[in-house]
Design a protein around this ligand. Sequence first.
Ligand code: GLN
Length: 497
Amino acid sequence: MSDPLSSDAGVASIAAAVRGGEASALAVTEAALARIAAHDPAISAFLAIDGDGARAAAAQLDAGLAAGTVARESPLLGVPVALKDNVCVAGGVTTAGSRILEGWRAPYDATIVTRLRAAGAVVLGKTNLDEFGMGSSTEFSAYGITRNPWDPSRVPGGSSGGSAAAVASGMAPLAIGSDTGGSIRQPAAFCGVAGFKPSYGRVSRFGLVAYASSLDQLGPLARSVEDLALAYRAIAGHDPQDATSSGEPLALPTGSGVAGLRVGIHRDFLAALPHAATRAAIEAAIAHLVEDGARVVNLDDVDLLTREALAVYYLLASAEASSNLSRFDGMRYGPREAAEHDGLEAAYGATRAKRFGAEVKRRILLGTFALSAGYHDAYYVRAQAARRLLRAAFERAFERADVLIGAVAPEPAFPLGARTEDPLTMYLGDSLTIPPSLAGLPALALPCGMDGGLPLALQVIGRPFDDARVLDVATAIERRTGLAHRVAPPAGFGGAR
Ligand code: GLN
């Protein structure tokens, strides 16, 4: 077992060490805080670090273990976790990366936070994100950019870029992200870590700042699939406080192999990829699965509507966002940009004009237009119909295959600034993460190689609520790639480690 205090110690080994008394929760937390202090100035993964809160929680765990009031079998015992800053922690500032929530303190804990703590996790702080989750590079945060630990001149991906960078650089063994159209998977892919978006409805959204409620899903990022599965076990399950939370029985990964598994491949996710090294790395991973007893099924005859999906997503997500974000008007949440005598309309206008960023405004305008009288049927209703067709197409594909394996993104991490002035190019990068989101499917990003110093990744997509199988298949692949527990080299960002 690796040293539980080292930067590459994972969730499983830390929990085992704390359970066995080889390390205290406090020592593990102190080690994580020391790494954040040393490395975050170069990466900027964190928006807030709660050193005092983390130390107090860890000390309480240690005392509870000594007194026998904390269960030793807790799956995340003493495991430090970083939370994307759109997840509410009672009393702490939650900004969602926006100036409109600057200084806003959440009145309650998100269900995922309650569950993580109940499983023994220690919250380290909040990570950077594109404003309200709208973006693919973490460059649209109102609080500055985050750098990719493998190459500081490149983006970490987004919108959960802070969470991915924190895990990749060894500052945290576990982070939580949210994924609406790829925001866990794409940053995980760009930063060379594993990231899991569970089936829609599997993890409670209570206490997550809503972006597009019919798509939003919380999930873990870590440096191994085993670690993802431990976190999944802690956070998945029905929550009466989230009306869209599913009551479907929860299946856990069994560690079963892939003998007899039908691995679907599809041109849009593999053969048509522009990036040759990504293609080759994914093909090698699939070849390993075949050696282990899986069978490849070509699904090219099913039109998975990946081209249409992008338009459908940006329309529906923007429509939902325009509605969800209407609550931010300077009255109930965050600062206000007008004096009392200016009147209500002026106060709304001034606050929203000044405190929303350009990308958020673009989405609100697009979404409001798509929902407006006269255009609603032409855009919103048609997009909903197309979403149903896309779901049906995946259902057809999954009649012949148990999982679909392909790329997460068309290319590895791109340079900082390369796409900020070009929204369409930025959106096009989401073309392979969005289709599973629209269909509500579980999907996992897994490192599968390196090219020119940058991580390559593949995506495992499963049937609705077949999350356990997705984790099992990823485990089988990871065993062959040997890429678990990797931390970005210090040379990547010029710091000693
Ligand atoms: N990049 C996509 C968007 O901007 C997805 C973001 C996400 O999943 N939150 O909407």
